[in-house]
Design a protein around this ligand. Structure first.
Ligand SMILES: [Zn+2]
Length: 476
């Protein structure tokens, strides 16, 4: 009986998500992949979310032990959650800690998924892991239904920021279990975009690929886009001369730092666009459109609202906040079988705006993009700030190199201290940079920091997320 209910709710949910999978195989127009979804009114968008939610809630209740337990603990049954408002009012956010505890109790996968061992075995799966930058990497498995869904949703996002079938893309990343490269690969193959895998190569080999094959799109982290440009310059080339028109980035919050964006765009003579997502919630989520940021127009990323419900909550107690206030991102993933999520706390700081965009899309925008995850927040003597705040300081100094590192330690008196290490660009005067950097940091985060200026090439360059914070303080 229970098995029948579980199967029936799965069928109903899958039918519902497929019903709203408009324009699955090709864009509807040059500008927008699916105007019926991306440019519909906010009321229509809400109606789609609620129809999917009404199918998702019983589906996770009947098929996921993690969600069933949570419903029971909260004293709820599926019919208690019929609307987005019910969800936000009655269902507390799910944190990474809560998911990690579930995995510890039922290793190695935990019990959040709706897929039984039997079905995983019969149907196959693909595994991705979180980057582990703030702890042990966590594992997520996705089904083939999921792959079809995120391929389509991600292709829409990549169409939005301007990738077309005549493009050629160079992926500057290996194909490890990180979801970013795989999502891009599935979506771009779906779009018939030519594809050069650049895994297992060093920067010189990748620079040669750019010179020889002239890809029009580079896919990498922002820090790697800078590094690759510098390596190409050292080889005697000019990155701006090889036909790259788009730099497609993810994994780091740098697109919201205007000086970093401008530096990358001018080095490559290309536009920088962003793709935002997480391993927990089916790979896709936020994306740039073609409306360019300018003096009076901050950078922003759309959020995919027909496949997910996005909101922001207050740090600390995770209470819902008003539109226009800065808070932490929370996502409800309506379209995933392997990893459905009801109010998962992604935890990136941003400000949501629903006023519509010049591109015609009505979906929410994250204004100023994402400044960092709550886990990345640095606390020095009670002053809290993000690595990206230090990046603003570093970028404001002419003569500073591209890389930087934040070292946190404890001095002899037991006090937390911060040292920011940068490199000087060729011909810059290192001594002058120290004073300038200390002053910039004091202005921006109101903390006294030491500065070290190193010779170019001292700080490590990474292919995936740059690790810019080294915390050597004792753990509480
Ligand atoms: Zn837009």
């Amino acid at each position: 009986m229970k098995k029948d209910r579980a199967a029936a709710t799965r069928r109903d949910w899958l039918k519902m998500v497929k019903q709203f999978r408009f324009d699955p195989d090709r864009p509807a127009s040059e500008a927008v992949w699916s105007p019926r979804l991306e440019c519909c009114s906010r009321d229509e968008l809400r109606a789609i979310q609620e129809r999917k939610l009404a199918a998702l809630v019983p589906f996770v209740y009947e098929n996921s032990a993690f969600y069933r337990r949570r419903f029971e603990l909260l004293g709820l049954i599926p019919s208690d959650i019929r609307s987005v408002e019910d969800l936000q009012r009655k269902w507390p956010v799910v944190t990474k800690d809560e998911m990690a505890q579930d995995v510890s109790a039922a290793p190695p996968y935990g019990t959040y998924t709706t897929v039984s061992d039997e079905v995983w075995r019969d149907n196959g799966w693909m595994m991705f892991t979180t980057s582990g930058s703030t702890g042990t990497p966590r594992i997520f498995r996705y089904t083939h239904n999921d792959r079809h869904m995120f391929t389509w949703a991600s292709a829409r996002a990549m169409h939005a920021f301007g990738i077309r079938r005549t493009d050629t893309l160079l992926m500057c990343s290996g194909f490890g279990p990180h979801i970013f490269a795989w999502t891009a690969q599935h979506a771009l193959t779906h779009m018939n975009v030519a594809w050069i895998p650049g895994g297992g190569l060093d920067a010189r080999a990748r620079a040669s690929l750019v010179q020889r094959h002239r890809p029009s799109v580079l896919c990498c982290t922002p820090s790697y886009a800078l590094h690759l440009a510098r390596v190409m310059q050292e080889m005697g080339g000019d990155p701006a001369m090889h036909g790259v028109r788009l730099i497609f980035v993810g994994g780091e919050p740098a697109i919201g730092v205007p000086q970093t964006r401008e530096r990358i765009e001018s080095l490559w003579n290309a536009r920088m666009v962003e793709f935002y997502g997480c391993t927990e919630a089916a790979a896709h989520g936020g994306y740039s459109c073609q409306v360019r940021a300018g003096k009076d127009r901050p950078v922003s990323a759309h959020l995919s609202e027909d496949t997910q419900i996005w909101e922001t909550v207050r740090p600390g107690d995770y209470a819902p906040i008003e539109r226009g206030e800065r808070g932490l991102t929370v996502v409800t993933n309506l379209n995933s079988e392997g990893s459905p999520q009801l109010r998962f706390l992604m935890g990136d700081y941003t400000t949501l705006d629903s006023s519509g965009c010049e591109c015609g899309r009505t979906h929410l925008r994250a204004m100023g993009s994402f400044v960092g995850r709550a886990d990345d927040l640095i606390n020095v003597r009670g002053v809290k700030f993000f690595p990206v705040d230090i990046e603003h300081a570093v970028r404001s100094i002419p003569g500073a190199g591209d890389e930087y590192e934040i070292v946190l330690s404890v001095d002899e008196g037991g006090m937390d201290v911060m040292t920011v290490r940068i490199e000087h660009a060729e011909h810059a005067h290192p001594a002058a940079l120290v004073d300038r950097l200390q002053a910039e940091i004091r202005t921006r985060v109101e903390i006294r920091a030491s500065a070290e200026v190193l010779v170019p090439g001292t700080l490590p360059r990474t292919e995936f997320k740059a690790r810019r914070v080294r915390d050597a303080r004792r753990k509480a």
